[in-house]
Design a protein around this ligand. Structure first.
Ligand code: ZN
Length: 251
């Protein structure tokens, strides 16, 4: 048994027992890990905000090799996002990006770039006027960090780069131009050329440098739906906040 320290972001949490919380946290030092906060619901001194998804904190805990979760002794909160809780769009957006991280990463699989992506993502949620664009931007960068982002400049069947409308093959995420779409079995709904342009801009520019008003919301929502569908197929997971987010954004 040894004492470890980590900095992490809460991905999800639930009550266990009478007064404990079980939290899945993405740590900078060790990747995803499960932690137990004892007596949190009874404590007046210890703020329960630690268990809120999106909260960033420093943790001190006993590490046991071979244990599936660790009991936290001490923590201090670096950042929380209570300020976004009165806006459904930003709440669902937060839950969506946290779910993407939780469902696509393995335990103890350290990746500092993913930690930085999620930390920066949470910081940017509250300020953005383009939540659907932000969701797509975030998901694309996550797929890139996971090393599964294909070359979006060419149709995977005919190799042409000047394609306009396209679909995405949900088996491998490769783009297929409208002319070749008939040859693919598992595919997304047709996507507009602006979706292709937005992917290119997302991967080559900072989020704040992109002129998001040039990309109609409906085209970006179709793309968001397609990307999420691919992630669910590829990782065999369900991104639960997807439906709430899509409903809220398209409403
Ligand atoms: Zn083609």
């Amino acid at each position: 048994m040894e004492i470890q320290k980590s900095t992490g972001v809460v991905l999800s949490s639930r009550h266990i027992g009478e007064s404990d919380y079980f939290c899945t946290i993405y740590t900078k030092e060790f990747g995803k890990r499960d932690f137990v906060f004892k007596g949190l619901r009874k404590s007046r001194r210890r703020p329960q905000i630690i268990s809120a998804p999106g909260t960033a904190a420093n943790l001190v805990y006993y590490f046991h090799d071979g244990k599936a979760s660790y009991i936290v002794n001490e923590y201090n909160i670096i950042k929380h996002n209570l300020n976004i809780r009165d806006n459904l769009k930003t709440i669902y957006l937060l839950y969506y990006i946290l779910s993407l991280i939780e469902k696509t990463t393995g335990y103890n699989d350290k990746n500092k770039a993913i930690f930085e992506l999620v930390s920066a993502g949470i910081d940017n949620i509250a300020g953005t006027d383009f939540p659907e664009h932000f969701s797509v931007f975030f998901a694309l960068h996550l797929l890139k960090l996971h090393g599964i982002l294909p070359d979006f400049t060419i149709c995977k069947i005919c190799n042409k780069s000047d394609y306009n409308g396209f679909i995405i093959d949900t088996m491998d995420f490769h783009p297929v131009c409208t002319n070749c779409a008939g040859t693919v079995k598992n595919k997304t709904i047709p996507l507009h050329k602006t979706a292709k342009d937005f992917i290119f801009e997302s991967l080559t520019k900072r989020f704040s440098s992109i002129d998001h008003s040039a990309y109609p919301s409906s085209h970006i929502l179709d793309l968001l739906f397609a990307i999420t569908l691919f992630i669910e197929n590829y990782y065999h997971v369900e991104i639960k906040p997807k439906q709430l987010l899509l409903n809220e954004l398209s409403g």
